[in-house]
Design a protein around this ligand. Sequence first.
Ligand SMILES: C[C@@](CO)(OP(=O)(O)O)[C@H](O)COP(=O)(O)OP(=O)(O)OC[C@H]1O[C@@H](n2ccc(N)nc2=O)[C@H](O)[C@@H]1O
Ligand SMILES: Nc1ncnc2c1ncn2[C@@H]1O[C@H](COP(=O)(O)OP(=O)(O)O)[C@@H](O)[C@H]1O
Length: 286
Amino acid sequence: MPTLTLPAPAKLNLFLHINGRRPDGYHNLQTLFQLLDYGDELSFTVTGNGNDIEFSCSDPALGGGDNLVVRAAKLLQQAANRPVAAKIHLTKRLPAGGGIGGGSSDAATTLLALNHLWGLHLAQTELLLIARQLGADVPVFVYGQSAFAEGVGEQLQAVDLADNWYVVLAPACHVSTAEIFSHKGLTRDTPVIKVAASLQHGTQNDCQALVRELYPPVKSALNWLGQFGPAKLTGTGACVFLAVSNEQEAQRILGQKPDALGGFIARGVNQSPVLSMLAKQIATGV
Ligand SMILES: C[C@@](CO)(OP(=O)(O)O)[C@H](O)COP(=O)(O)OP(=O)(O)OC[C@H]1O[C@@H](n2ccc(N)nc2=O)[C@H](O)[C@@H]1O
Ligand SMILES: Nc1ncnc2c1ncn2[C@@H]1O[C@H](COP(=O)(O)OP(=O)(O)O)[C@@H](O)[C@H]1O
């Protein structure tokens, strides 16, 4: 059986406004998702082993059955009316729990790849519903375009964003999304704005002040990157980022980072590389 290899791109939240708490405990938010050309990589091979999902990961700490990749594959199995099995390998490059959507993107790539390889022919709307069950950040990666998002992140509107490069720094700490959203100090009453206004004025991340105060490594990273321009937190962190106009500038800043910080540079993209690569693979018969 041929192996299909696809990327799982990272995202940044160029801003993140929290508009209020919902009866289900989640929060309504407005955010601008910028997809990046940098991420994890997954390879998929269909096997004939009943309903077996054989999973391995380059990071042993993420190799268990609770990985979002395995959960995505199992949810998709429920939509097939016959046994479907696969062997999946995940090469992890994105720091887990960094606010750059690595786990969510891995799950979305899994849905897109296995929908094709298992011949399920589920429409994008059906895949988006499955994606939402896996997490608030999974739908945008199935949607495959940089987007303005509302609700918990599932109401998506594609946007055409400026062609920027980003320096992304990863402080040595994990921020729990659930902890930040349940903290009494979180700003959760930002007024709702319209898409057009958000593109001009929506600049802050409502989680940033709280995460900065609770996590000293995030504060140091923001201070260090802030020398070069308006550094911001993505999602609930811990990663921070800065937009710059070209690759050389991004590389120059990354090259000076303190050793305590992980990091990478990436180009912002409007279209996810997953959809175009999948289309190419389908055209070549994989
Ligand atoms: C904040 C954001 C912004 O992009 O990013 P991250 O920092 O996680 O990447 C996301 O909305 C996160 O999405 P995701 O990481 O998929 O969250 P989930 O697993 O669905 O939720 C984790 C927990 O966070 C809280 N949560 C999450 C999203 C939301 N809109 N309201 C919430 O209150 C809930 O308590 C939930 O149990
Ligand atoms: N494939 C995966 N990659 C990373 N983390 C995963 C994965 N599957 C499950 N997880 C769990 O999900 C949590 C959040 O992961 P991730 O999507 O990388 O972060 P964030 O939601 O902050 O962007 C991790 O701390 C980890 O425990």
